[in-house]
Design a protein. Sequence first.
Length: 601
Amino acid sequence: MAETQKLPLRKEVPVDLTWDLSTVYQNDDQFEEDFSAVQAALPELKKMAGTLSKNADALLEATQRLLTVSRRLEKVYVYAQLKNDQDTSESRYQAMYARSQSLAAQFGAAVAWFDPELLTISDQQMTTFYQQQPKLKAYKRLYDQTFAKRAHILGHEVEEVLAGADDIFSSGEKTFGILDNTDLSFPTVTDENGQSVQLSQGVYSILLESTNRKVRKQAFEKLYEVYDQFQHTLAATLTTNVKNHNFKAHLRHYGSALEAALSANEIPVKVYDNLVSEVNRHLDLLHRYVALRKQILGVDDLHMYDLYTSLVGKESPKYTFDEAKKVALDALQVMGPEYVSHVKEEFSQRWIDVVENRYKRSGGYSSGTYDTNPFILLNWKDNLDNLYTLIHETGHSMHSYYASHHQPYQYGDYSIFVAEIASTTNENILTDYLLDKFKDDPEMKRYVLNYYLDGFKGTVFRQTQFAEFEQYIHEQDAKGQPLTATFLDDYYRQLNQKYYGQSVISDPQISLEWSRIPHFYYNFYVYQYATGFAAASTLADNIVHGDQNNVDKYLNYLKSGSSDTPINVMRKAGVDMTKSDYLEKAFEIFEKRLNEFEALF
Ligand SMILES: [Zn+2]
């Protein structure tokens, strides 16, 4: 908190460390022009309702006009959002952002008729339309994504009830959010410096990394004392959420809630099942890692609160922003000169908002749209973690750049399933690069390996543990099993024991972990972190140790945007995510690096 006082004001930040949003709109007046143009177009879009199935030309016109407005709206939205994020205290941009959000909602309402009307067109009629108006073929995949839902769309009246009751259906998630973010009050605990700090989810994760064991233990125990008191309420909110998914999946004729959730992103259930079974087959590697952790920490008993503290001391290797850019460029040479030239553009043309200033949004992200640069927000600190953040967000931005430069607007974005692959491939390339660079420097090597192993544990193992839990509770509810707190506690403890093995004491508190994880309300979302990281391990390995062909395939994936299904897009990169090879390969790399790490102690 004390640090807030020292942060510069936005206007004090050197211009070359800020992003150049004048490349989006030269000034706010230009933003207002586009804003008004979008607003004025909405009644026209609404008026087209009822014209869609008339003939091929009507369908083409409606599609193109909708996309034109959508494209302009995205630019408006991104400008306001980035302006607001750079200094959230500025009321001018707060208002611009709020207006843009409302405009987006109005756009949604104005075109809500489009999908239901499209669904009234039969496959046969579409075939005729494509013949009559060949320009429609440019939008075929867009239409097909809606047609794929045809078998799961219900009668008009049922759909209306479902849409109207959406607020009620999501009450489990909402109640959890309010309880967790607002109503739960946490006690104060003592930090490393002997100071009293107010516990929160954010403070908890920092304290759990403390090198002082007493600090970790106290944070762990105090946090779970709070969740323990509310576990029955939290079992009820989670149950409501699970029942919501199961009820709708059944109503819409899906085999399971899992199938319903995955099909929304065109992902076969096999991808999920493969992940869970392959991770289970390789749990011995996690057990080995945990045993090694116990040995390095030199404790008689390893507890769940000992799993996040660093194994290589506290001080991170230091990288200034300029040094980090150099390292990133060097590491990414393996992507070839064209990719590197775009990264140079990112670094030199002010795509990045680098340093922290007062009231700037925290964290880091890559954001932009079809007609803007893929900007990056950072809150730079001189350490290894931030070097990884820079190369991660650069991966996203390059993906956006390639997709928007090689696809028409309608396919210039990409699905969430493939998004984290581009960013973590870059991270894995960096790991490879650093391990090679420091091959004769055991201290640095230890640091990099520790970073990688921790990342793999947290992303592949832990997220799959969550995925397994999510699947199990949905299946149990579907069978009629009440999801009581006791039932959830028991299963979670067993699952946790299975994942971490015998070297760690499964403290009773960990049974409650399910009760505080917001991701269990995201409807089968977390597995993508695990599949993404595993695919990225394979791809990075292919790029670093393979030939030009591997790089070309990888760039084809980036260039594909959303022009094909996520599974097909990844096939272009050379990874078949319906099979298990890519997971096997990821575990092979993990094992190799675990061996190297072990040898260094
Ligand atoms: Zn990311």
